[in-house]
Design a protein around this ligand. Structure first.
Ligand code: AP5
Length: 246
């Protein structure tokens, strides 16, 4: 059963503290998930976090939560990001890096982290390297999920997300017990705005141009671990655990 750790400090930023955390923590893993939109990073993050006891730090989740936040709850970096999104622009590297720096305490958290959606460009990766050096932390690995484009489009067009806790489902491959209702918190399942066909095309093009070069960056650093994302979520999860030696 998926038990999400409280991510208030990551999602809200500022002085917000997380409510609860596991009393016992084993090894604190420091991992990055890489891969195109829809390859299944969020789904794998849920499984990995449940197993490794670590926290899912998704920049996409921060942006989605910020859209519903009051202005006084937003940090300067989040305000700049929201302005860019309202104009229809991509959020700049500098803004995303500032947003992650504001949440540096989450990187230092004793339960470790699983970064999803950051870094997304080589410039963001270099900034993360320097932040981790300042915090005296080392990456355990960068899991890079690989899948062909047709399967990705199928996964994205069938995705449904819990509007309350963010748990991820698929209309055919990962159904909830009750149609339209989250298994974990009974929240409503909705389709994400950016899962429309025209948005998917824009996101895939941005991925190829800006994020694909990150594979080489982390391969050269000796951190890249390729994982085939073909098959069921559980099969992919088992493959990743094997590569991590867990
Ligand atoms: P973000 O939320 O990070 O989106 P993404 O990277 O595009 O990834 P997705 O969440 O779309 O897909 P996923 O790989 O997590 O797939 P999932 O597990 O849901 O970012 C959103 C936006 O924010 C970005 O586009 C960007 O604009 C902005 N942003 C974020 N970070 C940024 C940054 N650092 N810099 C600048 N901008 C940034 O799975 C997809 C579907 O497939 C689900 O329905 C799932 O149930 C299903 N599925 C999963 N596994 C399987 C399987 N094995 N078999 C069949 N179906 C499966």
């Amino acid at each position: 059963m998926f038990t999400q750790t409280d991510r208030s400090a990551w999602i809200c930023g500022g002085e917000i503290q997380c409510r609860e955390q596991p009393a016992e923590v084993g090894r604190a893993y420091h991992l990055i998930l890489l891969g195109p939109p829809g390859v299944g990073k969020g789904t794998q993050a849920e499984l990995l976090c449940s197993r490794l006891g670590t926290c899912h730090l998704s920049t996409g989740d921060v942006f989605r939560a910020a859209k519903d936040a009051e202005d006084h709850q937003c940090s300067p970096a989040i305000r700049t990001a929201l302005e860019a999104m309202r104009r229809g622009d991509l959020v700049s590297d500098d803004t995303v890096i500032d947003m992650v720096r504001e949440r540096a305490a989450c990187l230092k958290c004793r339960i470790g982290f699983l970064l999803d959606g950051f870094p997304r460009t080589v410039e963001q990766a270099m900034a993360l390297d320097s932040l981790l050096t300042d915090l005296n932390l080392d990456l355990d690995g960068v899991l890079s999920y690989e899948l062909d484009i047709d399967a990705i489009v199928d996964r994205l067009s069938g995705r449904r997300t819990c509007e309350h806790c963010g748990a991820v489902y698929h209309v055919a491959a990962r159904k909830p017990i009750v149609d339209g209702v989250c298994d974990h918190c009974s929240g409503a399942l909705v389709q994400r705005e950016d899962d429309r066909p025209e948005s998917i095309r824009v996101r895939m093009a941005a991925y190829e141009e800006k994020t694909r070069p990150l594979s080489d960056y982390y391969r050269e650093a000796g951190k890249l671990v390729s994982v085939s994302a073909v098959g069921t979520a559980e099969a992919i999860f088992a493959r990743a655990l094997q590569t991590l030696g867990v």
